[in-house]
Design a protein around this ligand. Structure first.
Ligand code: ZN
Ligand code: ZN
Length: 628
């Protein structure tokens, strides 16, 4: 048989040859370093037979950054963890242990609870395994055999997993540990050059809170120690930038048990909010959006009509007042539908773009709340654009352009995912061909890199999920752009065309910041609290050296009053006050003492040296940086 290599050349192999056989035929070095076969975007264990005509790529230890290569490494590391735990803690039952983004975990039922301090001991045991060396052996077995094997070992979770497993059952063995596993796995443990257990958490069996709570051990592994070190450094940096910590330290925002999941914004936090709001208003104006305001509370029928009930019912706060049942809105769409439907619309009014940054309430489960990133009080930069079919492409393109403009303001790179027709789609294939193509074309036109999320669209239309890469290279999901023909239909909305007949219309739901809360949370971490001048809550702080300099310092601040300026008249030493300004990451600090004059100011820029500037020079510099 023949297989096809990445350079399109063909390789002749005996029938039934495996990926490892292919690697060996190419060269012994490749065979030694091989970790995985990738074929048509899917990963395959090196030990499995190839098919005639199959295109393959052999990944090796040199593909140290490749997500699939890391995946197989970490999956193998998870098996080493399980082996170590079973040896150190006899009677422990093992559940599941998959690789995840940035690492892996394994769930265990320990006979006695373990603490964080156990991790070091377990890690040492894994190191010992690595030193001894482990090789993985794969075996296909019948379900009966697998069940007998795991039952003998008292591995109840594995027995249950065999019962619900589909397809061929396979086992992987290394050392004295055999796991129920589809693979793929490394040939042996040599490529695992660095491993670290990173934490401990509770996790329910099969994610169901009615089931037993297990202990989840998290870890990560890399092809080199340097990669692990760099990863741990990034983690440390992320911790330093944690928006919950910086939010308090920088006096921006905090949370209170009186209203879980609803941030209390401080004056300085509101400066950032209002700067974002300014941008939203300015750009909306430019781009032909109309500002509207719709109710926060509706009767329940509204959400039945819109289709949000029953699907989102649990997410909404409900009220019973005067024997009527109401719900607080968790989305703006119904109000905007009512607004559009308040009169007969002509094609001349389309596209009609309604924008409303209203507060929404979502009853997120307490356990899932996470600082500003997941809140109950959420404020979207929401808009609904009503369009005829032939306007879809242009409008989506306009929205994508808007998104890219916004993200670039913050020095972040935009990317996207295009979610296409799901199995339970409404509408014809021709309609979906048209709408999916319109969305894809908009991404291409705006040169936004995107991936296709096959079948992930809503049943009523395709959507674009927007992502940004931040300063630490982390990918955040931001806004969405969603095309929908169903909601207008549910509210009986039509427009009158040039032919005087009524036509169906589409609505585009879109939010670009996503929510203000989440966006600001991400910005705090992206900038590590050191906001660019235009966004900084305090742009300039004046520090009078002594008491007799206070008046002059105030006069100086007065002359800078087009900026956000404050005078630090506290009784601390000058050195301490300068340090405070540094901790608060204030972009400009002016120290005013005996020697300073308006012609010669002592200017300290954040992260830089002290320099001398005239007031005019400073104002020119600030104006340039403060105005977008
Ligand atoms: Zn496995
Ligand atoms: Zn909507």
């Amino acid at each position: 048989m023949k297989i096809v290599l990445p350079d399109s050349s063909e390789l002749e192999l005996p029938d039934g040859a495996t990926g490892l056989d292919a690697a060996t035929a190419i060269g012994p070095k490749l065979a030694e370093q091989a970790v995985l076969v990738r074929s048509n975007g899917r990963v395959q264990d090196l030990r499995l037979p190839l098919e005639n005509g199959q295109p393959i790529q052999i990944l090796t230890t040199r593909d140290a950054d490749d997500p699939d290569a890391l995946y197989v490494l970490r999956h193998s590391a998870a098996h080493l963890l399980a082996e170590a735990v079973r040896r150190l803690y006899p009677g422990t039952k093992v559940a599941i242990g998959p690789p995840i983004e940035n690492g892996f975990y394994y769930d265990f039922e320990f006979p006695e609870p373990i603490g964080e301090d156990a991790l070091e001991r377990i890690e040492e045991e894994i190191q010992r395994e690595l030193k001894e060396g482990r090789a993985w052996e794969r075996r296909d077995v019948s379900a009966e055999e697998a069940k007998r094997l795991f039952a003998e070992q008292g591995e109840d979770y594995k027995v249950e997993l065999v019962d619900t497993a589909e397809g061929q059952i396979s086992l992987y063995t290394q050392g004295d540990f055999t796991d129920l596993c589809r693979g793929p796995h490394l040939q042996d443990s040599k490529p695992i050059k660095a491993i670290k257990l990173t934490g401990l958490a509770g996790a329910y069996w099969r994610g169901d809170e009615h089931n037993k709570q297990l202990t989840r051990i998290y870890g990560t592994a890399f092809y080199s120690q340097a990669d692990l070190d760099a990863y741990l450094e990034r983690l440390e940096e992320a911790k330093k930038r944690d928006h919950r910590r910086l939010g308090r330290e920088l006096d921006l925002v905090h949370f209170d048990e009186h209203s879980p999941g609803s941030p209390l914004w401080h004056p300085k936090g509101m400066v950032i909010w209002n700067e974002l709001e300014k941008i939203r208003k300015r750009e909306n104006d430019k781009r032909g959006y109309l500002e509207v305001k719709t109710p926060l509370i509706y009767n329940e029928e509204t959400f039945i009509t819109s289709g949000h009930f029953p699907k989102y019912e649990d997410l909404m706060f409900k009220l019973e007042v005067d024997e009527h049942r109401w719900a607080m809105k968790a989305m703006n769409c119904p109000g905007h539908m009512l607004l559009f439907g308040s009169k007969l619309r002509s094609y001349r009014e389309l596209p009609l773009r309604y924008a409303e940054p209203a507060p929404l309430h979502r009853n997120e489960i307490t356990g899932t709340l996470h600082g500003l990133l997941r809140v109950r009080h959420v404020t979207q930069d929401d808009a609904h654009i009503f369009v005829s079919e032939d306007q879809i492409q242009d409008e989506i393109s306009g929205v994508v352009d808007y998104a890219r403009y916004l993200y670039e303001l913050f020095g972040m790179t935009a990317s996207a995912e295009l979610a296409t027709r799901p199995d339970n789609k409404l509408g014809t294939d021709e309609q979906w061909d048209m709408t999916e193509a319109a969305l894809e074309e908009a991404l291409k036109l705006n040169e936004i890199p995107y991936e296709i999320a096959e079948g992930e669209g809503a049943f009523y239309g395709p959507k674009i999920d927007l992502f940004m890469d931040d300063a630490l290279g982390r990918k955040w999901q931001m806004g969405t752009i969603q095309l929908d023909s169903q909601m207008p239909a549910r509210f009986g909305l039509k427009y009158v065309g040039p032919d005087n007949a009524e036509h169906d219309l589409y609505v585009i739901h879109r939010a670009l910041y996503g929510s203000y809360e989440r966006f600001i949370g991400i910005l705090i971490e992206h900038y590590g609290g050191a906001f660019p001048l235009w966004l900084a809550p305090v742009q300039v702080r004046v520090i009078p050296v002594g008491e007799d300099h206070r008046e002059a310092a105030r006069a100086l601040a007065e002359k800078l009053d087009e900026f956000r300026v404050e005078v630090d008249e506290s009784d601390e030493t000058v050195g301490k006050r300068i340090r405070n300004a540094e901790v608060e990451k204030i972009p400009y600090v002016l120290v005013w003492g005996d020697r300073e004059t308006e012609a010669a100011l002592a200017v300290r820029e954040r992260g830089g040296e002290q320099s001398t500037k005239s007031l005019d020079e400073l104002v020119a510099e600030l104006s340039k940086a403060a105005n977008l």
